[in-house]
Structure formats: C-alpha cells, structure tokens
Design a protein around this ligand. Structure first.
Ligand code: ADP
Ligand code: MN
Ligand code: MN
Ligand code: MN
Ligand code: MN
Length: 366
C-alpha cells in the first residue's frame, strides 16, 4: 500500500522536536481552548498563554472567538464567548500545558444552538440522586487525506467483511499506530478511556469511554474526539465520524450508549432496567431525533435493520440481541442487575444530547 503523503506528514517532526524540547518558563502555561462549532460535530481550538498553572476550569479566563467563521454568528455581531468547563493534561505539548474544554455562549450570554452541554448539565443536576452512569462505544473510520478509507486499494475494495473485527496482521487491520497513540494520549490527558478494538469494516475502529457519572461522559468523549483528530493529523490520516461512510455491504459506525442508574446496579436491578426499556419504547422518535446532529437524517443511512442494527422506524429490545434498539447484555440478564445498551446513537452524535434524553426519559419521566 502506497501511503499518501500530505501536508502534515511532509513537515519534519524531528525538526519540530528541536523547538518543543526548549525549556518552557514555569509561569507560562499554554492552554488550548477546545469547543464544538456550529455543525454540532466538528471541534475547533485556539491557544492562550496563562501565567499560572490552572487546577480548575473556573480559574481560567472567559475568552472569545469569531463565530462568523464557525457557522455560529453573523459577521456584524460575531463574538462568541468561551467558558472553560473541563481541564485535561495536554498530551501534545506535555508539561503543565492544558487542554480546556469550553461551552459556547452568544453575545446575549445565552447558550449557542450547538451548546448542548448547558441543558444536559441541568438535567444531570436534577437526577444526581440516581447516579446515572454512561459508557459510550465510539466507532470511527480512518481515511486518507484524499478521503478514501485508509489502507483500502485505490481502485476497488478490500475482501468482504469477516476477518477484520478484532483482527491482527497487516492484511487485517489498517492504521493501528493511530489507535495506540490515541489510547495513551487519552490516558495521559485524564480521560476515562475503557478499551479499544478493530471493527467489522477494515479501517474502522472503536474505543470506549466510561463508565462516567453524569456530565463527565460528554466532556470526556468530546475531548477524546479532539485528541483523535489531532493524533491522526500528526500521522497524515483523517478521522471520519460519519455513521455510514461507505454505502453498501459495509458496517456503519455507531456510538452504543451503555446506561445505568443506581437502582439498576443494585440487587434485582433487572426490574428497573425493564421499566426503563418500557419508558424508552414510548419515546422512540424523540430519542432518534436526539441521536445524531441532524435529527435522525444521518442515522437513517445506518439504522437499516441490517449490519447489526435495528430499523430506525421500530423500537425493539432483547437479551444479547445485536439487531435490537436496546440490548440487555447476557451477563446482566444472568446477574439480574447492571445496565442496558442503547444501540441507536450514531457515531457523530452529541453525547450531551444522548445522555440528556436518556435521563429525561428514564429518570425524570419527561
Ligand atoms: P460491547 O459488548 O457492546 O462491544 P463494550 O465492551 O465495547 O461492549 O462496551 C461496554 C461499555 O459499557 C464499557 O466500556 C463500560 O464503559 C460500559 N459500562 C460497564 N458497566 C456499566 C454500567 N453499569 N453503566 C454504564 N456503563 C457501563
Ligand atoms: Mn485575529
Ligand atoms: Mn464494543
Ligand atoms: Mn462496535
Ligand atoms: Mn456495543
């Protein structure tokens, strides 16, 4: 396979190291502010020098950016405010430097349309007695800089699906270096990454974040996506979170969301899980609208009832059933407690929206 050498890999990383290994003044910390843009899918970032080592996001200044360049404002009134909400160690710059996840607010101090964290946070506060936990399985596809799946033959397709899932060997998996670098970078940053595996379609991968309680699932998942884009950039590879990157007989990409409350995790929690499934069944359309950034349009390409998915039009649940909307893992059924897996969220979903609607339906009954 001939690699495609684009802009990022053409620059010499060893020359870069000469500068990055210069001693950094102790009272100068680089803070990279990261936020979600107007698409509700892409992340943006810019850097600010801070003259102390921040320990908590509240210590950092509110900042701003040009929202007319991120699909978030008109040019005539374009400042959007950045409110730091979560702090991570920076795996790219190292030392005391930080990645800073931010919420976005408009000129009138109202949350922007793509700021889904604000309302998620309110709902998590109301349900905190039930200790909601989330674990998200983030699937994604690696692409060349020319948008062709990474490692696929340039004039055709790899052999049919079958040997690739959890595979090993240069003819089975494509792009493992990106996966390994991302895993360690997430651990270093302080993200609760739980595992990773090669997926059914070649060049498709998964990692899991969680279990995380409450709002942290959204914070950690968004920052893990930023880190993935940034790591892949170093390798000259592109990450796609599209839920069906290749049409036809190729698996799509999801963000299975594993969910539990304290009651589900306790003795005979299975009864609480079954009650939750009944509530979810009554709100199927509401959930589908919250499970991708385009109110179900993206997921319509993926939730076909084939390729280990349920149909977007029907709600179903079952033990160990990977063709259902909701799966009760076999072990959970045997132990009669644990969690449920909602298989509907799309790979490009906003985890704040997914977590919010789950808690509204299951914990707050609205
Ligand atoms: P699958 O068998 O569907 O591929 P994975 O092993 O990829 O499942 O992911 C399952 C995820 O479920 C784990 O990463 C973990 O974060 C999450 N999880 C485990 N227990 C709980 C729980 N009680 N509540 C919520 N999430 C949980
Ligand atoms: Mn400028
Ligand atoms: Mn999985
Ligand atoms: Mn998977
Ligand atoms: Mn799963």
């Amino acid at each position: 396979m001939a690699a495609y050498y684009g802009n990022s890999t053409m620059l010499n990383k060893q020359t870069l190291m000469k500068y990055l290994s210069l001693p950094q003044p102790e009272n100068k910390v680089q803070c990279m502010y990261v936020w979600i843009d107007g698409t509700g899918e892409s992340v943006r970032a810019k850097t600010k020098s801070i003259n102390f080592v921040p320990k908590h996001p509240d210590e950092l200044p509110i900042w701003n950016y040009d929202g007319s360049s991120t699909y978030q404002a008109e040019g005539s009134n374009s400042d959007i405010y950045l409110h730091p909400v979560a702090l991570y160690r920076d795996p790219f710059r190292g030392g005391n430097n930080k990645l800073v996840l931010c919420e976005t607010y408009k000129y009138n101090h109202k949350p922007t349309e793509s700021n889904k964290r604000w309302s998620c946070f309110e709902v998590m506060e109301k349900a905190k007695d039930q200790h909601p936990w989330f674990g998200i399985e983030q699937e994604y596809t690696l692409l060349d800089e020319d948008k062709h799946p990474f490692g696929w033959p340039k004039n055709g397709f790899p052999g049919p699906q079958g040997p690739y899932y959890c595979g090993v060997g240069a003819n089975k998996v494509y792009g493992r270096d990106v996966v390994e670098a991302h895993y360690r970078a997430c651990m270093y940053a302080g993200i609760n990454i739980a595992g990773s595996n090669a997926e059914v379609m070649p060049a498709q991968w998964e990692y899991q974040v969680g279990p995380c309680e409450g709002i942290t699932i959204g914070d950690d998942l968004w920052m893990s996506r930023f880190i993935l884009h940034r790591v892949a950039e170093d390798f000259g590879v592109v990450v796609s979170f599209d839920p069906k990157p290749i049409p036809g007989d190729w698996n799509g990409a999801g963000a299975h969301t594993n969910f539990s409350t304290l009651g589900m995790r306790e003795e005979d929690g299975l009864a609480v899980i079954e009650q939750a499934i009944e509530r979810l069944g009554n709100k199927h359309e509401l959930h589908i609208r919250a499970y991708d950034p385009n109110e179900g349009k993206d997921n319509a390409r993926r939730l076909t009832g084939r390729h280990e998915t349920s149909s977007i039009h029907d709600f179903s649940a079952g033990v160990a059933n990977r063709g259902a909307s909701i799966r009760i893992p076999r072990q959970v059924a045997e132990e009669r407690k644990g969690y449920l897996e909602d298989r509907r969220p799309s790979s490009n979903c906003d985890p704040y929206s997914v977590a919010e609607v789950l808690v509204r339906t299951v914990c707050l009954e609205k």
